[in-house]
Ligand binder design. Structure first.
Ligand SMILES: [Zn+2]
Length: 66
């Protein structure tokens, strides 16, 4: 009863764009979440805290907005 099969079979049930998306995210998640310091440039990443990011180089702190 759990199986969903098209009665009379008339086509594919494929087409799940969301699934494809989830796979891609898991790989680069860490890198994409890291913010770069606006003062030091894109080469310097900021340390992430609970609700703020701070740069270890120039100590620039950015609070997360909600
Ligand atoms: Zn900085």
């Amino acid at each position: 009863m759990a199986d969903k099969k098209p009665a009379g079979g008339g086509g594919k049930t494929g087409g799940h764009p969301t699934v494809h998306k989830l796979y891609k995210v898991s790989g680069e998640k860490a890198d994409r979440l890291r913010k770069s310091c606006p003062k030091c440039g894109s080469g310097t990443f900021m340390a992430q805290h609970k609700d703020r990011n701070s740069c270890g180089k120039c100590h620039y702190t950015e609070f997360a907005k909600k």
